[in-house]
Design a protein around this ligand. Sequence first.
Ligand SMILES: [Zn+2]
Length: 457
Amino acid sequence: MYRRVLTSVLLLVVCCHWCTNDAQAELRAGAVRKSIVPPFPTKMGGFFDRLDNFKGVHDEVYARALVLDDGNSQIVVIGSDLTAVSSEIAAKTREKISQETGIPPKNILVSCTHNHSAPSIYTPGRLGELDQKLVEFFVDQFSQAAIDAYNNRVPARAGFYAGELKGATRNRQQRNDLVDTQVGVFRVEEREGRKTIATLFNFTGHPVIVGSKNLLLSGEYPGAAQRAVENMLGGVAIFTQGAAGDVTVHRSGDPFMEIERLGRTVAGEVIKASGFIRGDEQIDLAAGSTTLNLARRKIPPVEESQKALEAAQAELEALEDNAANKEIREQIRNRMRLYGMNLRMAKGIKEGTYKLPETFDAEVQVLQLGDLVIVSIPGEIFVEYALELRQRVRQLLGKSMFLAGYANGYVGYIVTPRAAVTGGYEASVARVRPDAGRQMTEAAMELVAGLNRSGTP
Ligand SMILES: [Zn+2]
């Protein structure tokens, strides 16, 4: 009896070994870049006070797609030089790619750099109304880039290395030093000859160097970084934006010079990091996705918001405007920003002019690309969540991790519970409750726990 059981176990082990070998066919990959400069007039997005159409192109904006195929699973990563990707764009793009290639939607990541000098599907002042013609244009370009990349697959090798860039960013909100200095680089090259197919990289910092007065389309510093990497390494370079909710970049001087300077600086680290990567011919690909239903943040009624604003105003006026009080006055102003926005929203809700849904669907997606785990989040999440997730993924799987924010949809800012109290710009415009970040990170970790060497959660 014992022997028979043992034999069965051995057979099972051998079989699984074969199955694994079978599943681990050679890696194949393809990458394609397509312009997303609209061939018709559209709004520019990114800033509340910019209502005009774009008037020209400073530097081309693109959608870029990478397809990886391990013979068993396929992963698609789409990057774009947009400010945000709506859930509609993501869903339609995935549908088209799935129809053409059979790749399941959950294996497809649709992201953007959060570039603030991009064409926009959002009509300023009219929340929820999308420019449908532009939506369709983006869906066509995004899906065609991925389908072309799929059709261009060649034998490949790939690997990850975490570079680091210090001193380029700062935390703009919490008066702490929390930033994410990782420059995550996933290099994909042709197996024979090692020519670059794609350089997928990740960095964290708001692309807001070029301001709201500008009416020329530009890829901002992520566009400049992608261009520089493509010029130096060849292939297609895809920038994914990290947890930039409270992280911005240091800048000074002429904005179009600045985007080149910072773009080159990020690209320099990407190029350096890519030099350390010894690609593997067999890497495991897996994907998981779950959709959370997040509640809208609580907006106190008009009277309560009014009182809070007046009390903070009185507090500010009682403090003499001098160097010693600078910090505390700034803190009060941050709270006033929150109370002021609450008041406007509460009035709008009361008068029926401000319509926000009660809940928001938010997809959390996890992709495994060999030794790299990508967690994608549909919004502007504060950086400490990404830093925490990186530690936890490392502890659980021993793998590297980067967070791709602004992906597969957009639910706005995802602040920490602390920022929901201390206020500031992000907390004031946040749509979801302060526990959204915690819900997202726990959902991500559940998906990560389901990843294993050969399986898909
Ligand atoms: Zn932003």
